[in-house]
Design a protein around this ligand. Structure first.
Ligand code: CA
Length: 464
């Protein structure tokens, strides 16, 4: 009898301690980078700046060749990621500003509180949730991550901040929060490393129950604050801006490496879906490189909206594969819910789709019939290989299969195609709300940057 009890106890110990985490729902980690150039990742062809840890996500999973964000600037793009819905549906068309539309107040700038975030959804499905890094979804209490579906928050509410401590006065949206507490500037070392450390400690503390992590780095957004030792590593790069950019990319990649190492250490690799996405194309001001893509952050050219996106879930998704049909960062929310075998709790219709059946080959169709963009006067639609850009009366059409760099405007040659794409775009716009605030850059900037004659990086950089 005693012997049987002993064997029984031994079996229990073996059963519960072998492969921790395997019996539970998978964790989901969404890593966001900020304003990185399309070809500044090794896995997307980058040669100058090593990104071995981000590349390893691609090797262990899927690289998306035609991945898009729903906006070419930070805040609306992140609103799309966080809700799985075109952010214009709730008036979040522009980057945050104080240029309010009639009927709205400055306190309304941010994600509409009636929207459900990915944090809300994962919480409702039994997940512990944390948001780390740049929030950029409003500065009011009603917008604060702890009130928007996240159990924990470690980050700042604005769109950027210094990576090193501020010496003088700093504004409220630049404060680093540890949940409700402001972290003293004197405790700040280097922001990218601090976000990484918090992500690792959160994983260390949550090895026994499922978690969702939104790890939204502000690297490699301006200001170009880099660590001295890493600047030294890239001293051979003659352009000091590019040198700082390379050093900041390396801090980002090192951080991703540490987070992945924490998963491995706790044997959570096969029980964690990791999604990496860059929030918009390389910016005009951070020395990033968009390679063959025309345009930069802020534009409807591919350089503004086509981004690096990777997904790994060992044992569930194939390793070292690429996926070429167009996908959207809006797909992250429904894919996360599906990985959790959960159900959407929010009542509103999502624009994103669960990508898992497409990635496993169960569904061979295109995930989206078409993808859409609009920010003020500039709008675009992609359907199959066709991409149409509409900025007031200026309508451009490109065949992305043949012309990735959007050099040959085919609009005059295909009037029927143009007509049908314009109609689809117009139909989509009927489901949008009016912007709740507008952009300080104004229409003229958009009009000029989308002219065929505005070409070449130097010219592009004149119209951010
Ligand atoms: Ca950004």
């Amino acid at each position: 009898m005693i012997k049987n009890r002993f064997i029984f106890a031994l079996l229990i110990i073996l059963f519960t301690s072998a492969k921790p985490g395997y019996a539970q729902k998978p964790n989901v980690i969404v890593i966001v980078s900020d304003d990185a150039g399309y070809v500044d990742f090794g896995c997307y062809g980058g040669k100058q700046i090593p990104t071995p840890n981000i590349d390893r996500i691609a090797r262990q999973g899927i690289l998306f060749k035609d991945a898009y964000v729903s906006a070419s600037v930070c805040a609306p793009s992140r609103a799309g990621i966080l809700t799985g819905r075109y952010q214009q549906r709730f008036g979040f068309e522009h980057n945050t500003s104080t240029l309010m539309a009639p009927g709205y107040q400055v306190t309304d700038v941010g994600m509409d509180p009636s929207e459900q975030t990915i944090g809300n959804e994962m919480q409702a499905n039994g997940y512990k949730t944390i948001a780390i890094g740049k929030w950029h979804q409003g500065d009011e209490k009603k917008h604060f991550p702890l009130n928007r579906g996240f159990d924990e928050f470690y980050g700042f509410t604005g769109g950027h901040r210094d990576f090193f401590p501020y010496q003088g006065k700093r504004s409220v949206e630049h404060a680093l929060y540890d949940n409700n507490q402001v972290v003293p500037e004197s405790s700040i070392t280097y922001l990218t490393d601090m976000f990484t450390d918090r992500a690792v400690s959160f994983i260390d503390q949550h090895t026994k129950s499922p978690f969702f992590m939104y790890l939204a780095y502000n690297a490699v957004h301006t200001p170009m604050n880099a660590k001295k030792d890493l600047m030294d590593r890239y001293a051979s790069i003659p352009d000091t801006g590019r040198c700082a950019y390379a050093a900041m990319m390396t801090s980002l990649d090192d951080g991703v490496g540490k987070v992945m190492a924490a998963l491995k250490q706790h044997h959570l690799e096969e029980n964690t879906l990791v999604i990496f996405v860059n929030d918009n194309g390389g910016a005009t001001v951070n020395s990033s490189d968009n390679g063959p893509l025309r345009g930069m952050k802020g534009s409807k050219w591919e350089g503004g909206i086509r981004v690096a996106m990777l997904m790994k879930w060992p044992g569930h998704l194939a390793a070292n594969k690429s996926y070429s049909l167009p996908v959207s960062a809006l797909d992250i929310l429904p894919t996360s819910i599906a990985a959790a075998k959960g159900k959407q709790k929010g009542p509103k219709k999502l624009d994103g789709v669960n990508l898992l059946p497409y990635l496993t080959g169960l569904n061979k169709q295109a995930p989206h019939e078409a993808l859409y963009w609009r920010r003020g006067v500039a709008a675009a639609i992609r359907e199959g290989k066709w991409k149409l850009i509409r900025v007031k009366e200026n309508v451009l059409l490109f065949d992305l299969d043949k012309d990735l760099s959007e050099t040959d405007n085919l609009a005059p040659n295909y009037p029927e195609r143009v007509k049908s794409l314009l109609e689809k775009l117009h139909k989509w716009e009927k489901g949008l709300d009016k912007p709740h605030w507008t952009s300080s850059y104004g229409d003229q900037n958009q009009i000029i940057k989308h002219r065929m004659e505005t070409k070449g990086r130097e010219m592009e950089k004149m119209y951010p």
